[in-house]
Design a protein around this ligand. Structure first.
Ligand code: FAD
Length: 492
């Protein structure tokens, strides 16, 4: 192979169009990019909750927030409300943002742990701006402050919006079904895709965005899949849209049920709903019945069943094929991490983009980084299932006693015994996320950092109060969220 000039993106869902927009805008001048998608096959049609890292992707692409939100009927998301996860009728919020003020030796939660023991603390979330903002329905961003908000968006409109960018930067679109993938006998690289129209599309680098099918990475290259269902047992989802609520919440709802959990994603135009569940404990009919019982609003479409297998491709860059999105594997949608993983892989691909031919060292580095990021996210998701007080159904009894990855066991033991957090630079979920979810799921540390004891009782009380006041003042300065939406990106 002499240089990588011709890129072929197979699939036009969120992954395909994110990749097409980014490569064409940022590396496009020297590249010839073609995207193939099939209207007949369509897209998976879910994937509408995001996390704050999407800002990074949008900044790279120069996307204007207001235009993007208007184009995708988006709303703001400041966290996820986990209901019935720790136990029935117990809720907590995993909010984006930081908790209180840290000191050089210990994070804020160590101070909170002692104050809580002394009965001087409010719930941990009260020390987080984004958490309080969701409760009182206010939203804003202070100047010079990190933007800790994410979005709920309409996935099909998002793909269309990104397509607009890709079109502008010269991406060619082909409509049609890929019916054959030609692999070179000598080097095992993909040479071309054949469409049902008879057209043959050759390329140097192929990006597999064909969704769960993994048409290139698996069907053609037989890359292999590591199954994680022993840690993440849910394997089916049912999705349905309902009419919008008048005032969308600032968070996604995740409501645990007998054999899975239900999502509610509020857009300006409608509500996205679904049930993720484990087929060993529930039939489709049982899951659908519980979902229907718990819907708000009128159904706008027929509920759709989506089977999946949690896990990951053994390699994410194999030969001359990079897999993105569902083609690369699926952890599970609980913390809305898939779109983030697509964006991370696009950025990694651009950083490791071949100058001449594709080097094995670049593939290895891409695969190493991807695997590392994935395993940390996987552990965070497994945490929600494993650490629970629920024993009311066979599904929850199974989760409560299932074996977990050693890496997660280490994090849990460290926090449980000392209040300390395992720190890993590349962790997508920062310390505040781990603290909120571990405390929320019921891990209660037996100790805290000794530096906290340098503060007397009154000083600790003043410290906690000043943190509370500062959060309150920040939130009071924000406009009401409903006013913000109306002004910023009114829904027509
Ligand atoms: P798809 O949307 O399935 O796109 C595949 C593309 O390939 C389509 O264009 C299709 O036409 C094309 N294609 C396939 N075969 C062929 C062929 N033979 N010829 C031509 N074209 C072909 N992610 C989040 O970040 N947040 C969430 O809240 C979230 N919720 C989810 C809930 C569920 C139940 C599931 C299953 C996933 C969720 N995800 C979520 C993941 C998210 O949906 C995906 O990461 C995202 O939609 C990207 O999908 P994709 O582009 O990889 O695949």
């Amino acid at each position: 192979m002499h240089g990588v000039k011709k890129i072929v993106i197979a699939g036009g869902g969120t992954a395909g169009w994110m990749c097409a927009a980014a490569l064409s805008k940022l590396l496009g001048k020297n590249l010839d990019i073609t995207l193939v998608e099939s209207d007949e096959i369509g897209t998976v049609g879910v994937g509408e909750a995001t996390i704050p890292t999407l800002h990074i992707f949008h900044e790279l692409l120069g996307i204007n927030e207001r235009e993007f939100m208007s184009a995708t009927n988006a709303t703001i998301k400041l966290g996820i409300s986990f209901e019935n996860w720790k136990d029935l009728k117990e809720d907590y919020l995993h909010s984006f943002g930081f908790l209180g003020t840290d000191c050089w030796a210990a994070q804020f939660h160590h101070f909170w742990l002692k104050a809580n023991q002394l009965g001087m603390a409010q719930p941990i979330g009260d020390y987080c701006v984004e958490h309080l903002a969701t409760r009182v329905g206010r939203f804003g961003v202070h100047p010079n402050q990190e933007r800790n908000h994410a979005y709920h968006l309409d996935a099909s409109l998002y793909a269309k919006f990104l397509k607009g960018i890709a079109d502008k930067f010269g991406v060619k679109r082909r409509e049609g079904k890929i019916v054959d993938v030609k692999v070179g006998a000598k080097d095992g690289n993909i040479q071309s895709l054949s469409l049902d129209s008879g057209e043959v599309i050759e390329g140097d680098l192929f990006i597999d965005c064909t969704g769960f099918r993994g048409l290139l990475i698996e069907d053609a290259l037989h890359t292999g899949y590591d199954d994680w269902s022993h840690w993440l047992p849910c394997d089916r989802a049912i999705a349905v849209q309902t009419t919008a609520k008048k005032s969308p919440a600032l968070y996604t709802r995740s409501i645990a049920h007998d054999a899975g959990w239900q999502w509610q994603i509020p857009l300006q135009s409608r509500m996205g709903n679904g049930m993720v569940f484990c087929s060993k404990y529930w039939t489709d009919e049982q899951a659908l019945a519980v979902l229907k019982e718990n819907l708000t609003g009128e159904c706008l479409n027929e509920p759709r069943v989506i089977p999946f297998r949690t896990g990951t491709r053994r390699l994410h860059w194999n030969k001359n094929c990079v897999a993105l999105g569902l083609a690369s594997g699926f952890i599970e949608p609980l913390e809305s991490t898939s779109i983030h993983l697509i964006q991370r892989s696009i950025v990694k691909l651009m950083l490791l983009f071949p100058k001449d031919e594709i080097k094995q060292a670049d593939r290895d580095e891409f695969n190493r980084q991807t695997r590392e990021e994935l395993e940390h996210i996987r552990d965070f998701i497994v945490l929600h299932y494993r650490v629970t007080d629920r024993t009311d159904t066979p599904f929850w009894r199974h989760c409560k006693q299932m074996a977990i990855p050693d890496t997660l066991q280490h994090r849990l033991s460290l926090f449980d015994e000392t209040g300390r957090l395992y720190k890993y630079d590349k962790d997508l979920f920062g310390e505040a996320s781990w603290v909120q979810v571990m405390l929320g799921q019921g891990v209660s540390p037996k100790s805290y950092h000794p530096i906290v004891d340098l503060m007397g009782r009154d000083e600790l009380n003043r410290f906690m109060s000043s943190n509370l006041t500062s959060v309150q003042q920040s939130v009071d300065a924000f406009p009401l969220y409903s006013d913000f939406l109306k002004k910023y990106c009114p829904y027509k």
